[in-house]
Ligand binder design. Structure first.
Ligand code: 13P
Length: 252
């Protein structure tokens, strides 16, 4: 049986003070929730303060990025050991904004995912097609390549989460319909099944892209949708808690 996960990707938002307040609100609001995981991904500057705020609760910490070397002359980058030291359990890898603005490649995503696993961090690997790719009917082709390349050379699926985030749905208010999401999630699970066999039933596949407390109920009802990677709606305590609440109600 798979559990559920809701991860808030704060992107480049929140000062340390704002981050602490938001994390405290999430921690208090999520107290006592069972059967799943709540994860917060603040910007690097607030990682440690958020960790101090949520430590000992059931809320876990994620970084939004990682570098694939251990240490050295890589100005501006942050290593796996530094993220572990700051309290991270998860790392978002290969977000479409990183692919678009910082030219991350599938090979780079693969190197980062491997490095996470070596360091005892759990990668949340993001994949997703653009609007043009969907219109051209090549969604499965694109996603298939992204998934296979991201997992290349990784022998065990334990500790890996995949997030399907259609690029056209991110920050647009235009979420994938539950059926559109389910089709791609099932496809991803099949691709993973071709690579690893039956264990593919255990991998968590999150949906991301304009998730709100209003649309999460239908999305999470889909067989292969195991949770959400939330951007905008994770920046307000009430909307983020609303998403968590609506998931837990569906699980009853
Ligand atoms: P929005 O929820 O703002 O569409 O962002 C989704 C996302 O990119 C999460 O990683």
């Amino acid at each position: 049986m798979r559990t559920w996960m809701v991860a808030g990707n704060w992107k480049m938002n929140n000062t340390i003070r704002e981050a602490i307040d938001l994390a405290k609100g999430v921690k208090d609001g999520a107290a006592g929730i069972k059967g799943g995981e709540v994860v917060l991904a603040p910007p690097y500057t607030a990682l440690q303060s958020v960790y101090e705020t949520i430590k000992g609760s059931q809320v876990l910490l994620a970084a939004q990025n990682i570098y694939f070397e251990d240490k050295g002359a890589y100005t501006g980058e942050v290593s796996p050991a530094m993220l572990k030291d700051a309290g991270c359990t998860y790392v978002i890898v290969g977000h479409s904004e990183r692919r678009k603005y910082f030219y991350e490649t599938d090979e780079g995503v693969n190197a980062k995912a491997k490095k996470c696993l070596q360091a005892g961090l759990k990668p949340i690997i993001c994949v997703g097609e653009t609007e043009v790719e969907r219109e051209k009917g090549v969604t499965e082709f694109v996603i298939g390549i992204q998934v296979k390349k991201a997992l290349h050379g990784i022998d065990k699926l334990d500790n890996i989460v995949i997030a399907y985030e259609p690029v056209w749905a991110i920050g647009t208010g235009k979420n994938a319909t539950p059926m559109e999401a389910e089709e791609v999630h099932r496809f991803i699970r099949n691709v993973v099944g071709d690579m690893y066999g039956e264990i593919c039933k255990k991998i968590m596949i999150l949906y991301g892209g304009s998730v709100t407390s209003e649309n999460i109920g239908e999305l999470i009802s889909m067989e292969d949708v195991d949770g959400a990677l939330v951007g905008g709606a994770s920046l307000k305590i009430d909307s983020f808690l609303g998403i968590i609440r609506n998931i837990t109600e569906k699980q009853k």
